[in-house]
Design a binder for this molecule. Structure first.
Ligand code: IPM
Ligand code: MG
Length: 375
């Protein structure tokens, strides 16, 4: 197959993790006889530095003309520490999500037996935890009216939702919950005891639930959900939630897998034509350029992209390769601060697996040579 991929490397560790995904995609292309044509675009702090605009029009056009978008990370401390900045990198990502109507952000949370010992949580809590968060991405407080007064004594962020915005993502989440292999359970996470928007979510989801009789629906307040995710994650299958709650609980949920650096995501839209794939982590500026960031979140996002491009076998191959690295403790510094491998080495190992150069049994001596040394 021939596919056009828009690549937005973005800020901080974005370029170095995205580069590993491109290497892996190239290995997949070679192995399965595909052609991936990449077009690089600007967004975020990088785009502000080069053009003054966090999302140049050219980026939107390229994305619209592509089959899929691979995105790295966004954000820079010089803006985080300056609350008065008028132009901010994150505006680029929010505008892109809105312009392409990417209303559903899908974040699978998996746990890996080989990493259980590194998690702050006990293994018995992690065993069997496997759920997926459907986060609404183009509405809510992120996109409501924003105001502040000249004296800087007052500020406002409005949270609004329409029935239609809730319905479209709810249907996606219910469809997913029905799939073979799922636990057929959907949990709506909201704050319906306080927020009007949450009450609308509950009402709409209760109505829609009737169309999916095989799916059990539960409702959970977000404060309780924050606790339950850590205390009993196995109870979840599909979590459906609004924009900001989804942002917060997905970072929290990443603790289950061992590192924020491991979690991928897909943002899909109305027409199913173009979708965006990005790791859930941020730009991690402290690690930028050091070859220590975890590329797995990006590589698994590329696997989600392959699924979206109707290449399930290829996606499975990438996931097998990732599992193989994790099973053999070929991990980056965020996971094992002492015995770790570099970002680029993990990318190479995954490519080697995809190309059939290594398999289940590894010559650990050769791999050891590629390990970092801590002095
Ligand atoms: C995410 C990020 C973004 C968000 C930021 C960078 C705007 O945290 O994708 O989770 O809040 O949506
Ligand atoms: Mg986030």
């Amino acid at each position: 197959m021939n596919k056009k991929i828009a690549v937005i490397e973005g800020d901080g560790i974005g370029p170095e993790v995205t580069r590993q995904s491109i290497k892996v995609l190239d290995a997949i292309a070679a192995q399965y006889g595909h052609q991936f044509e990449y077009t690089y675009c600007l967004m975020g702090a990088d785009a502000i530095d080069k053009t003054g605009n966090p999302l140049p029009d050219e980026t939107i056009t390229t994305c619209l003309n592509s089959d899929a978008i691979l995105f790295g990370a966004i954000g820079h401390p010089k803006y985080d520490n300056d609350p008065t900045a008028k132009v901010r990198p994150e505006q680029g990502l929010l505008k892109l999500r809105k312009s392409l109507q990417l209303y559903a952000n899908i974040r699978p949370v998996s746990t890996y037996a080989s990493l259980h010992h590194l998690s702050p949580l006990k293994s018995k809590i992690l065993e069997g935890a496997d759920f997926i968060i459907f986060r609404e991405l183009t509405g809510g407080i992120y996109f409501g009216k924003k105001e502040s007064n000249a004296e800087q004594t007052f500020a406002l962020d409005e949270c609004t939702y329409t029935r239609e915005e809730i319905e479209r993502i709810a249907h996606l989440a219910f469809h997913f919950a029905e799939k073979p292999g799922r636990k057929k359970k959907l949990t709506l996470v909201d704050k319906a005891n306080v927020l009007e928007t949450s009450r609308l979510w509950r009402k709409v989801v209760q109505e829609i639930a009737a169309q999916y009789p095989d799916v059990t629906v539960e409702y959970m307040f977000v404060d309780n959900a924050a606790m339950q995710i850590i205390q009993n994650p196995r109870q979840f299958d599909v979590i459906l939630t609004e924009n900001m709650f989804g942002d917060i609980i997905s970072d929290e949920a990443s603790v289950l897998s061992g590192s924020l650096g491991l979690l991928p995501s897909a943002s899909v839209g109305t027409n199913g034509k173009v979708a965006l794939f990005e790791p859930i982590h941020g730009s991690y500026p402290q690690a930028a350029g050091k070859d220590i960031a975890n590329p797995i979140g990006s590589i698994l996002s590329a696997a989600m992209m392959l699924d979206f491009l109707s290449m399930p076998e290829e996606a499975g191959m990438v996931r097998d390769a990732v599992n193989w690295t994790l099973m053999n403790s070929f991990v980056t510094k965020d996971i094992d601060p002492v015995n770790f491998y570099f970002t680029s080495t993990i990318g190479e190992l995954i490519c080697d697996f995809v190309s059939g150069k290594v398999s289940g049994s590894v010559n650990s001596q050769n791999i050891e040579l590629r390990k970092s040394t801590i002095i």
